[in-house]
Design a protein around this ligand. Structure first.
Ligand SMILES: [Fe+2]
Length: 416
């Protein structure tokens, strides 16, 4: 009997992750096997739960698969830069804690893509096995933990993820095991994500709707920025306007996404948010030989580059290519001091492997490129300066391999 009930207890309230909803709210998302009241209790003082919020529950179908119960509740009001304890679900006694982002500078973002999820992918099957059968040996768990620790030790305030989360690719149980694997980090700090190609999951004839699992499991605060879809949105945090774009939804001049981006950029007040950062999945600049000529890169760039250039966006992060590359400030293929810095942080290691082949000679606009595992940290110190560092992860300790101080366009008279 122990072997029957232990896994059920283990998996009762699981896959907890949080995402910011405006300045003083946090969405808590979690999954249970059985239907339960979608309530979250939260407090600043451990063990004394005076506040509670009732949320909503849903599930989805994907061909023959039916998801477990997906719950979410938005807790508020929350103070900035403050630790809270919380419990999700009426019967769960497990206590989680989170820290809200600061309301003012400095703020530190972790930026990461497929490299760690590739490792997750290896372990998803193992963890599935654990959850169902309570098997104890996770094989390369220390390696996985080490990768997670590199990010958690950075003491980041918020994770920005430019797509390709679970690499489920139609196998829906991998979304569940991914959720369990990221919970130790994603339950403590807001994880703000956008879509990659691995989230589309359309299956000819049998499942025509794209992003079914992604939208159901990783709901982001899109309504708050006037977006009508979870596939693109924006938010402000501590003086930074973050725009999450969708590489795999329409982006041409007539598209709703284009019109939304145009309106969103028009609303940015640089006195409130001196920095603007854009996240996409398929990179607009890339000197790796992988993923060249894809319309999600080339056509989206043709459509939207001028918008973000004229709006003086500071940085564009992308994923997709499993390598690291930092460009100088670029517009229309040429260096321009008032254009964004382009950084590709999709340095993989997943089942597709690292993308180790580069165009030669190196284009003059490419400053640094390397095919290694890693994650990035953007430490926005104040309204004028931010430190970007890229950390190689394949060694035991995170090693800073690339770093650069960036100045905000809003503080540069030439660009205002
Ligand atoms: Fe991708």
């Amino acid at each position: 009997m122990v072997y029957i009930y232990l896994p059920i207890i283990m998996c009762y309230c699981m896959q907890v992750h949080i995402s910011s909803v405006g300045q003083d709210k946090m969405r808590i998302t979690w999954i249970t096997k059985a239907s339960t009241k979608p309530i979250v209790y939260f407090t600043e003082t451990a063990g004394v739960y005076q506040n509670s919020v009732l949320g909503t529950s849903s599930s989805y179908n994907y061909m023959t698969y039916k998801s477990d119960e997906i719950h979410e509740a938005v807790i508020s009001p929350l103070k900035p830069d403050t630790h809270y304890f919380y419990r999700c679900g009426e019967n769960s006694t497990k206590e989680y804690f989170l820290k809200t982002p600061p309301a003012e500078f400095p703020i530190k973002f972790a930026v990461s893509d497929a490299h760690m999820f590739s490792i997750f992918h290896i372990h998803t099957i193992l963890l599935n096995f654990q959850c169902i059968h309570n098997a104890g040996d996770l094989g390369q768990t220390e390696w996985t933990n080490s990768t997670l620790q590199h990010i958690s030790q950075s003491n980041y305030d918020m994770l920005l993820l430019p797509g390709d989360l679970a690499y489920a690719d139609f196998l829906q149980s991998l979304w569940d095991s991914f959720g369990r694997l990221v919970e130790p980090l994603a339950s403590k700090r807001p994880w703000m994500v956008t879509q990659g190609n691995h989230e589309v999951e359309k299956f000819p004839l049998f499942h025509k709707e794209p992003f079914t699992a992604y939208n159901a499991r990783w709901r982001m605060p899109f309504e708050e920025s006037g977006s009508t879809t979870n596939l693109y949105y924006s938010f402000d945090v501590a003086g930074v306007h973050v725009i999450m774009l969708g590489s795999y939804t329409d982006f041409d001049f007539e598209s709703p996404q284009y019109k939304w981006l145009e309106a969103d950029l028009r609303k940015v007040d640089r006195k409130v948010t001196p920095w603007t950062v854009v996240i996409i999945h398929a990179p607009w600049y890339n000197s790796n030989t992988a993923h060249q000529g894809e319309k999600e890169s080339d056509d989206m760039k043709k459509s939207m580059e001028v918008l973000i250039f004229l709006a003086r966006v500071d940085i564009v992060f992308a994923g997709h290519v499993h390598a690291y590359e930092r460009f100088t400030r670029v517009y229309n293929g040429n260096q321009d001091n008032c254009a964004p810095v382009y950084i590709n942080i999709g340095d993989g290691g997943n089942r597709e492997g690292l993308a180790t082949s580069y165009e030669n000679p190196k284009p003059s606009i490419s400053v640094f490129r390397e095919a290694s595992f890693g994650h990035g940290e953007l430490d926005v110190v104040n309204a004028t300066h931010a430190l970007w560092t890229w950390h190689r992860n394949q060694d035991d300790q995170p090693i800073v391999s690339d770093s650069v101080w960036l100045r905000s366009h809003s503080s540069n008279p030439i660009c205002t």
